[in-house]
Design a protein. Structure first.
Length: 311
């Protein structure tokens, strides 16, 4: 039996993510790639409020420019709500209000966080009480990063990134995020990676058919040691992202000369994540970035996945 249907709006908060490690396998026959990644959920959040309604709709506000986001049936959060309704046989709809703070097309999984939050919010609003395992299955059909936004914390993702195994992480890691004014297309970055590998085939190691996460990354996370993690940050998409956006190299250099232990392009970019040794170093680093005219945010990780919060 499901839980009672809520008559008041339900608010859910879901985190953005950083890929502290991302290994991309060879291109498959279907044009996609297997990946092995270490995700960390960080304290930059999307807030989704679900209101009872007859139909399905979504609107946006937030600290980022939301003018380019679709609000029709193609929107990922609306697709998530409809998928849950189909799965559970719920006959009503929902009006979603989303406050966005994760950059759009920024390599931090903001759209995936919206979808995960919509699943949790509608499940609570409609009283459908779907088991977590079933929510994760629905999430995986919506996108590779959606299951992790639902799970949160720290996890290893394989296959498309949607096959998750929780990973132990001690303490908190301090990051400063440097944002770009324009997003990047994930398919374009993967295409650039394939071209990069073909261009330098004689000079670089061939792509793996079965990528895996470096065990040093897992050890650093378990130890809660930022200096150890800094030594093994890695992202196969960074080189093609820098080729498409050469100015990101300047951001990485500025971060590292301003006190960051290391920097990495998050996911397919263009957000740059700079790892600091502690909170004081993170504050100094953010001040340095701001003085150079960069938009930035100071965050910590790991944090919880999509969850209901009080208004």
């Amino acid at each position: 039996m499901g839980a009672p249907v809520a008559h008041e709006p339900v608010r859910v908060r879901a985190p953005g993510k950083i890929n502290v490690f991302l290994s991309v396998g060879e291109v498959r026959d279907d044009g996609y790639h297997d990946v092995a990644t270490a995700y960390q959920a960080v304290s930059l959040y999307e807030d989704v409020v679900a209101h009872p309604d007859d139909g399905f709709s979504v609107s946006f506000t937030g600290s980022v420019d939301v003018s380019s986001l679709p609000t029709d049936a193609s929107n990922l959060a609306v697709r998530a709500a409809r998928a849950l309704a189909r799965r559970t046989g719920h006959r009503g709809g929902v009006r979603l209000e989303i406050e966005k703070n994760v950059p759009i097309a920024g390599g931090m999984g903001g759209g995936s966080a919206d979808a995960a939050a919509a699943l949790v919010a509608c499940d609570a609003l409609w009283g459908t009480a779907l088991p977590k395992e079933q929510l994760l299955k629905l999430a995986a059909r919506l996108g590779a990063d959606v299951p992790f936004a639902l799970m949160g914390g720290t996890a290893i993702g394989t296959d498309r990134g949607d096959r998750l195994s929780p990973a132990l992480a001690r303490g908190s890691f301090h990051w400063v995020l440097a944002f770009s004014d324009h997003g990047m297309s994930t398919p374009a970055v993967y295409t650039a990676l394939d071209a990069h590998r073909e261009r330098y085939a004689a000079d670089i190691r061939p792509a793996s058919s079965a990528p895996s996460v470096d065990p040093h990354v897992l050890h650093a996370l378990r130890a809660g040691d930022p200096e150890m993690l800094a030594d093994c940050l890695s992202n196969d998409l960074q080189a093609p992202a820098l080729r498409l956006r050469p100015e990101l190299a300047d951001v990485l250099e500025l971060g590292e000369t301003s006190g960051a232990l290391a920097g990495i392009v998050s996911g397919s970019g263009p957000t740059v994540a700079l790892l600091a040794s502690d909170v004081e170093s993170a504050i100094d680093l953010q001040v340095a970035l701001s003085a150079s005219g960069l938009r930035s945010a100071r965050v910590t990780g790991p944090v919880a996945g999509a969850r209901v919060v009080a208004d």
